[in-house]
Design a protein. Sequence first.
Length: 639
Amino acid sequence: MKIVAVTACPVGIAHTYMAAENLQKAGEKLGVDIKVETQGSIGVENALTDEDIEEADGVIIASDKEVTKERFIGKRLIATGVQEGIKRPEELINRFATEDVPVYQADLMSANDVKKKKKEKENPIYRHLMSGVSYMIPFIVVGGLLIALALTLGGEQTPGGIVIPEDSFWKKVEEIGATSFSFMVPILAGFIAVSIADRPGLAPGIIGGFIAANGSFYGSEAGAGFIGGIIAGFLAGYITLAIKKIKVPQAIQPVMPIIFIPILATLAVGLLFVYVVGAPVAQVFESLTAWLEGMQGASSILLALILGAMISIDMGGPFNKVAFLFGSAMIAEGNYEIMGPIAVAICIPPLGMGLATLMNKRKYQPAEQQAGKASFTMGLFGITEGAIPFAAQDPLRVIPSIMVGSMTGSVIAMIGNVGDRVAHGGPIVAVLGAVDNVLMFFVAAIIGTIVTAFMVNFLKKDVSGTLKGNDTSPKRAEEDASSKTTEITKLTNIVTNDLIHLDLQGNTKEEVLDELIASMKQAGVVLDEEAYKQVVIAREHEGTTGMGMSIAIPHGKSDAVSEPAVAFGMHRAGVDWESLDGNPAKLIFMIAVPTERAGDDHLKILQMLSRKLMDDNYREKLLHVTTKEEAHQLLSEIQ
């Protein structure tokens, strides 16, 4: 099977690439040829060619923003959110084999079908808003960093604060930054409108956003801010969409998108803002800004708690983006002490999870330890999404921990008057000179990171498989009977030393099976030897489990099994297993899985074994182990 995929998220930084990576790994794991195109913040990468699409058996679009589907007409297509690509990539791929995935036929759809599809789409308001945010972010990041750079390198201390001398080089840099920053609201509004009405909405949206940001149009000293920009964007988008639906003579149709639609929509949005919307929204925004600026003591701490919680609860999702957008707007109003706590809160989840994996490796699988290093690095650059893999796997322990850490850091930053002049977070902004009160920024970030790390490690249990240590008593099976949800991430999660046999004595396949089943019975894994043996023998009758290359993987799914386990046995001389290549089996792995966990666990264990045992060097090492401890260490590489 060959699959092509497209991943995209509104901001185009972390989610886009995480979904692509997980889909790629899932494809490799399932033996599916998959190519993933990313539509990130730097544009399209690994673009799908016409040949790729033509050869594909199916298409996956994992995106939270609009992705053009016309090139996939005639292909079976699954369209879902980017989070599904991150959390459930295997399920998405498997749907092409297990479900009747519909063929995309956009050009054949009736107008009613199109309307129905649009109504079925989830959160259109959020999607349009995030589309605008994704185009706005580069302008505010560039503007904020240039201003911060100019202040740091060209500023001079005066009684009134840092001032950049007029007519200096750094004054020009500051002006360039201010120019970039001034585009924030118009770009936000323009691309909200584009998301709703396509290209004809661009001019009305940008012009409407400019009017919203300049109160002189409607008699206000301050503009309507980002709230006005959002309203202008949605007004422009839906007005443009309504005008596009007006039926006009065929002779006029070609010029509608470039003349009549932009002019009429721009006029409508502009006049609505000047005479109806602008002044009331500006008043609301001015009141909100004044309220925030006046916050002191307990009220400012409450605000910091709310912002810290919103930033961390969904790590790049809707709550995170609302808080981020709010802080960005406050920068435009000259209030840097709102973005300061946000900038601290942004980096704490990934830094905290990275530190946690370093502090106590026993609580994390090897793959999580590697993810921790990547998470820590992402935290340094203010990418909250670095904590997502941990939250997805263990939300009940991870999410509360990162929220408490972010809220702690946010409050300390608020009390310490930490300001941030650029719409971004993490130590990178402090290093580049965008932060006021750098010392307190790092104090807040470090304390919040430590709180997250200690809390999550306190809540987490040591990594252990469903078999605990070397306890082989039948009682242990009863004690763990209710604990059947342990994640199997490597083979040694379910192999103990007592299930390792380096010198099997049986001379036939059945005798070897009896030895391995007896050890599983003694370990409390198999509750009824005969019942389980019947299942294993029945599987052998369907076709030999001798894979060749001196490997055999007998397996059985039965109610006689209390929990997933693997017994490993080595037969020095080899035993006839009717292998496909005729070679005797020397490395035998017996898989036992309860019926209720047959699907995921059975396939996962088979996949882990099959992939690793294809390595000639690995098999050779395994054949030469002399102790159970040495074998267990080597088996830990199977994951």
